[in-house]
Design a protein around this ligand. Structure first.
Ligand code: GUN
Ligand code: ZN
Length: 434
């Protein structure tokens, strides 16, 4: 109601369109801007002068020259890998066996899952991430732990039980085709659409599933086409060879999903680096989303995502940390890494494009672009307030900026959690630095 309105003032960023299609002018910054929040939603935004006059009883929070933007949306993470982030020296398959699988086994213990879910959400809050799509482990309790923690914080999150039933995964970390179907269905029924929580059907990737399991999960998705499906695709060259040997009849890696009902709108394919032309065409046709995880791709040594070619072809593309294959919880660090990967392919991404990927672009990839990822009336009030001079090294560069993009770019390249001045989730301030 009007007497609990919050009026945030500062520089305000929003998107009128997609900067990959319309150029940087699709991103607009109001120098003396304001956002009016009522009942957890953005009711109005625009020039400070107008909003101050129209909402005289609102609680004013003045952020000065700080930049108010949509909360960051991390489109692919593994919250259970929080404790093993930054593990040294392995490539994908050895990294999974050496670090990831032993850690994921610990999530059979609900109290450990609760502890890590809380820790993960605390860490990502400090980095300004308000929504994420997370893998859990094969244990249904790991899903309950994550959704319970996010629900208490009023966060919009997506999560699902990771499914693995093949002997390529270790004993102790395997389900079956039937139990994966049953457990996923029970979790979907329990959580999907409750408050701001959404379920995603989550086969880890085709090397750790039997065809029977992929078929069972494809059937479940057919029964619930309203939910998302998240998995991994063509991350490393060795992995693609492995998939070929495990699925000798498949035309390519994507076909191992397609053949079992796991290629539809609402599919989220993590990494998608080494794609064949047929795979690109089919992903584009069904409007599945590709999730770019740059710090992971350099850290695990996977390869360079083709942002230029895929965005030109009109793919839905999200941006993600891929914690803990990725080496950071921060979407600022992830934007810097996306910039560097794109530079290695000779296509510098503009600050407006980077910020789009980290907010509206990821929200669009998650099919939540009508709810989060932008600052326009009707959107849910998940916001980040960026200090564009958070450290001396950033401040000295930003002070010489000629325009807003030059003022923001040093924070995208060099900023960390000190640049995240405040975070609003569902209309409430959850992080505030003074
Ligand atoms: N492929 C299958 N599982 C994983 C995972 O946990 N992390 C990454 N980076 N790739 C994967
Ligand atoms: Zn992943």
């Amino acid at each position: 109601s009007a007497n609990t309105d919050s009026l945030l003032t500062g520089q305000v960023l929003h998107f009128d369109g997609n900067p990959f299609e319309q150029g940087q002018q699709a991103a607009k910054v109001e120098r003396r801007g304001a956002v009016l929040i009522r009942d957890g939603k953005i009711l109005d935004s625009g020039a400070t002068e107008r909003l101050v006059a129209e909402y005289p009883t609102a609680q004013r929070v003045d952020y000065g020259d700080h930049l108010i933007l949509p909360g960051f949306v991390d489109a692919h993470v593994h919250y259970p890998q929080t404790g093993i982030i930054a593990s040294w020296g392995k490539r994908l398959i050895d990294w999974l066996n050496s670090y990831t699988f032993p850690e994921e086994m610990r999530f059979a213990d609900r109290s450990y899952a609760d502890e890590i879910a809380e820790r993960y959400l605390d860490l990502t809050l400090s980095h300004g991430t308000t929504t994420m799509a997370s893998y859990c482990t094969i244990h249904p309790e790991s899903v309950d732990a994550f959704f319970t923690a996010a629900q208490q914080r009023g966060q919009r999150v997506i999560a699902g039980k990771t499914c693995m039933d093949r002997d390529t995964a270790p004993a102790g970390l395997r389900d079956t085709a039937q139990s994966a179907y049953d457990d996923s269905k029970a979790l979907l029924d329990r959580w999907h659409g409750v408050d701001r929580l959404s379920y995603a059907i989550t086969p880890r990737f085709s090397p750790t599933s039997t065809p029977e399991q992929l078929r069972a999960l494809g059937a479940l998705w057919g029964e619930h086409p309203e939910v998302l499906m998240q998995t991994h695709l063509s991350e490393q060259v060795d992995e693609i060879e492995w998939v070929k040997s495990l699925y000798p009849g498949a035309r390519d890696y994507l076909d191992t999903y397609e053949a079992y009902g796991l290629l539809r709108p609402g599919g989220l394919f993590g990494h998608a680096i080494h794609l064949e032309p047929r795979e690109r065409d089919r992903l584009r046709e069904v409007e599945a989303a590709l999730i770019h995880c740059p710090t992971s791709n350099t850290f695990i040594g996977s390869g360079l995502f083709d942002m230029d070619g895929l965005s030109r072809a009109g793919h839905r593309i999200g941006l993600a940390t891929d914690t803990g294959g990725g080496s950071s919880f921060s979407m600022l660090r992830t934007m810097a890494s996306a910039y560097e990967v794109a530079q290695l392919r000779h296509r510098p991404l503009h600050a407006a494009e980077l910020l789009y990927l980290a907010t509206a672009g990821s929200a669009h990839a998650l099919r939540m672009g009508d709810k989060i990822g932008n600052i326009t009336p009707g959107m849910e009030a998940d916001l980040v307030v960026l200090d564009l001079a958070s450290t001396p090294d950033i401040a000295q560069r930003a002070s010489q900026a000629d325009d807003i993009w030059e003022a923001v770019f040093p924070t995208l390249m060099m900023g960390d959690d000190r640049a995240i001045h405040s975070v609003w989730i569902n209309g409430s301030c959850r992080k505030a630095v003074d």
